[in-house]
Design a protein around this ligand. Structure first.
Ligand SMILES: [Zn+2]
Ligand SMILES: [Zn+2]
Length: 428
């Protein structure tokens, strides 16, 4: 059956109002209009703006859609937020930071308490159960005095730690340098410096994982290269190839790295010209086992949908197979708060990507535990059902910054100390 444009072809893009569809000469500029029915959206013109609910919209074919491509006027309406809120159980408990720490810049939860980065460079190991706090190392990484923020992104020190707390890394997000430190000796095992090529556009790519009985650190050395090294010795293990003969995967500017909970896969919140944010994911085990040569067509890897001008977005794994990206829309100018859930599967030797849910509402930092999605924003902590998209509850005065998986707690680093809440309270 033919579309309203008269062509017998698949519907393409968003449905269009009749004025955009039938513009005789120049394309009309458009709003993206969320109808309030789920995440349904359409393109309507300025004439339709005041009566958006009754705009006459219909889908057209790809050729006709592309011919209507005007500029964006922004977003009207919002996606539906399903609210199934119930009172949230459990108290937010405050633990004062150790007095000897002084101002704390960042924290990293590990299996053996917290690692703290103090503003004088000291790295402390702090066992919140026993209250013991010991100095493990001193970092010399400093944000250069003359840096200018990129799009409001200030360079800032960031602390990472390995799961067992044996290693830490201090890096400059949106900057160039950092170091990996063995906390048993205080020695720097890997000095980090990336090539500085557009490094101000992304947090310093770094993540710890484990492989074959050792701690491995992944980090950005050049804009398009992630290297993996033994955290204890600095010995290089593998890297993303400079040129990928099998696809165009070597043209990404790597950003924040997000390992899956069990460390089988990793997502890079990357971008490419011109500029388009695009998260991509690859399988860690084979890459770390076989090295650079594992980077062939059947290496498990997935390209998530692109979004013009937008990266540094909320990203979290629900489990080893499901990845959640924050933000609905495919252009930063038309982005609204929400979550998209993707299933990263394999079939007949190929990677298969399936979007299994999309819903409005979640904003800010994302966390996941016990099959639930958590968002931390100005609205506070909100709990979401990632399958149906309903909001299950809100803790308005709690804005967690970290996830302590060992103790099952979301943690907010605040001026008065650590504020902690157990995610088991969210389970039904
Ligand atoms: Zn119109
Ligand atoms: Zn057509």
């Amino acid at each position: 059956m033919a579309l309203i444009c008269g062509h017998d072809a698949p519907a393409y893009g968003l449905p269009l109002c009749e004025h955009i569809r039938t513009a005789a000469t120049d394309p009309l500029d458009h709003y993206v209009h969320y109808t309030g029915r789920g995440v349904e959206r359409q393109r309507i013109c300025a004439l339709c703006r005041n009566e958006a609910a009754t705009a006459v919209v219909a889908a057209v074919c790809e050729t006709c859609f592309d011919a209507t491509e005007g500029s964006s006027l922004g977003v009207l309406g919002r996606p539906q937020t399903l609210d199934a809120s119930r009172p949230v159980r459990g108290m937010v408990e405050t633990t004062q930071l150790p007095a000897e720490a002084g101002p704390v810049l960042d924290i990293a939860p590990t299996e053996h308490g917290f690692v703290l980065l103090c503003d004088d460079g000291r790295i402390l190991r702090w066992d919140t159960d026993s209250g013991t706090c010991t100095e493990a190392a001193r970092s010399t990484v400093r944000v250069p005095a003359d840096t200018k923020p990129w799009c409001g992104r200030e360079q800032a020190l960031r602390l990472h730690a390995s799961r067992d707390g044996a290693f830490a890394a201090v890096v400059i997000d949106y900057g160039r340098t950092g170091e990996v430190i063995d906390l048993s000796t205080g020695a720097v095992t890997i000095p980090l410096e990336n090539d500085g090529y557009y490094s101000s556009t992304v947090p310093f790519s770094l993540a710890f994982t484990e492989h074959a009985g050792r701690t491995v650190v992944l980090y950005r050395t050049e804009w398009r290269i992630i290297e993996a090294a033994d955290a204890a010795t600095g010995a290089a293990l593998t890297r993303i190839p400079m040129a990928d003969p099998h696809s165009d995967w070597s043209g990404y500017f790597h950003g924040a790295l997000h390992p899956s909970p069990a460390g089988t896969r990793i997502a890079s919140d990357a971008w490419w010209w011109h500029p388009v944010g695009q998260t991509f994911v690859w399988t860690l085990d084979r890459w770390l086992t076989d090295g650079e040569s594992a980077w062939t067509e059947d290496t498990g890897r997935w390209q998530l949908p692109a979004c013009d001008y937008y990266w540094n977005r909320p990203v979290v794994w629900l489990d080893e197979d499901r990845l959640v990206l924050g933000g609905l829309g495919d252009d930063e100018e038309e982005l609204v708060p929400g979550a998209r859930v993707f299933l990263l599967g394999r079939g007949q030797g190929e990677s298969v990507l399936k979007e299994v849910a999309a819903f409005g509402g979640p904003d800010g930092h994302f966390f996941a535990a016990d099959g639930l999605l958590f968002s931390s924003s100005q609205a506070g902590l909100e709990i979401w059902d990632p399958a149906g998209g309903a909001r299950l509850g809100t803790l308005a005065d709690f804005r967690p910054t970290h996830h302590d998986r060992t103790r099952g707690e979301l943690v907010e680093l605040s001026a008065i100390g650590l504020r902690r809440w157990s995610t088991t309270h969210a389970a039904r």
